[in-house]
Design a binder for this molecule. Structure first.
Ligand code: 5GP
Ligand code: MG
Length: 247
C-alpha cells in the first residue's frame, strides 16, 4: 500500500515535470525551428515548401551550413539543398516519368552532359527494368551567365530517334535556349514526343511546343547561381554532393 502510493506520487511528479518542463521546452524548440525555416525561406525567396519533410531538411541544412561554405575561384557558395532532399525529389520525378510512359514502347533516355551526369546517374537507377541511354553535349554557359550561342556535340542519329518517345535528362533549364535547340533537333529527326526530366527549372514559363512536356524535380524561385551535384562554376564544384548557392 505504502509503496504503491510512493509509486503513484513518483508517477504524478514525473508527469508534472513533463508538463512543466519538457512540453514547453519541446514546443519552444519546434517554434524555433519553424522560425528558422521561415527566415530561411524568405531570405532565399523559395517557392512554397509546405511539406514538412522538405522544410525540415532545409532547416537542418541551414544549421549545418553555418561553417560549411565553399569558395570556388574566390566566390563564396553556401549550402542550399542537401543531397537527401535531392534524392527524394529524384525518386518522385522518376515515378512521374514512368507513369507517363506506361503505354510507351522503347523510350530513349538522353543525358545532357556535362551538368546532368550526377542527376542522371541517380535518376536512371530509380527506373524499373532496362532502358536505352545515350549522351549528348550541348553547351551555352560561360562562367555564371548564358553565352547565347550553343555548341553541339551529339552522337545521336535520325535512326536512334525517329518515331520514338525521347526523355531528356538535364541539370537545369535556365533561359531554356539550350533545351529549345536540342528539342527542335530531336523533333527535326522525327521524335514522336519529348519529355524533359530536369533536376531544376527557374520559376518562369517555357514554351517548347505541343509535342514537348517539361517535368522539373525542383523549381528555383530566383536567378541565384547554383553549383554542386554535377553543376559547375567555371569547371569546378561538380563533385559537391549538396546544391550550393552564390548569394
Ligand atoms: P539555358 O540555355 O537554359 O539558359 O542554360 C542551360 C544550361 O546553363 C544548363 O544546362 C547549365 O549547364 C547552365 N546553367 C544555368 N543556370 C545555371 C546555374 O545556376 N548554375 C550552373 N552551374 N549552371 C547553370
Ligand atoms: Mg546542362
Amino acid at each position: 500500500m505504502h509503496s504503491k502510493s510512493k509509486r503513484s506520487n513518483f508517477a504524478s511528479s514525473t508527469n508534472e515535470r513533463l508538463d512543466k518542463v519538457m512540453v514547453p521546452w519541446m514546443s519552444g524548440l519546434v517554434s524555433g525551428l519553424q522560425n528558422r525555416v521561415q527566415q530561411f525561406e524568405s531570405a532565399r525567396n523559395l517557392s512554397k515548401t509546405s511539406d514538412i519533410l522538405e522544410s525540415f531538411f532545409i532547416c537542418m541544412t541551414r544549421i549545418y551550413s553555418m561553417n560549411k561554405e565553399v569558395y570556388i575561384k574566390g566566390k563564396k557558395f553556401e549550402p542550399l539543398f542537401p543531397k537527401e532532399l535531392l534524392a527524394e525529389k529524384i525518386g518522385k520525378l522518376a515515378s512521374i516519368i514512368e507513369d507517363e510512359l506506361t503505354n510507351t514502347k522503347n523510350p530513349l533516355y538522353v543525358v545532357m552532359l556535362n551538368g546532368a551526369f550526377m542527376f542522371a546517374a541517380d535518376f536512371l537507377r530509380c527506373l524499373n527494368g532496362s532502358v536505352e541511354t545515350k549522351f549528348v553535349r550541348y553547351t551555352s554557359y560561360s562562367g555564371m551567365s548564358s553565352s547565347g550561342s550553343i555548341n553541339k556535340d551529339a552522337q545521336l542519329k535520325e535512326v536512334d530517334v525517329k518515331g520514338r518517345v525521347v526523355v531528356v535528362l538535364e541539370d537545369i533549364v535556365d533561359t531554356g535556349g539550350t533545351m529549345k535547340a536540342f528539342v527542335d533537333d530531336l523533333l527535326g529527326m522525327g521524335a514522336d514526343r519529348v519529355l524533359i526530366a530536369t533536376m531544376f527549372a527557374r520559376d518562369k514559363s517555357y514554351s517548347f511546343g505541343d509535342k514537348v512536356s517539361m517535368h522539373p524535380a525542383m523549381v528555383l524561385k530566383d536567378d541565384a547561381f547554383i553549383v554542386g551535384f554535377g553543376l559547375d562554376y567555371d569547371g569546378e564544384g561538380r563533385n559537391l554532393p549538396d546544391i550550393m548557392v552564390h548569394l
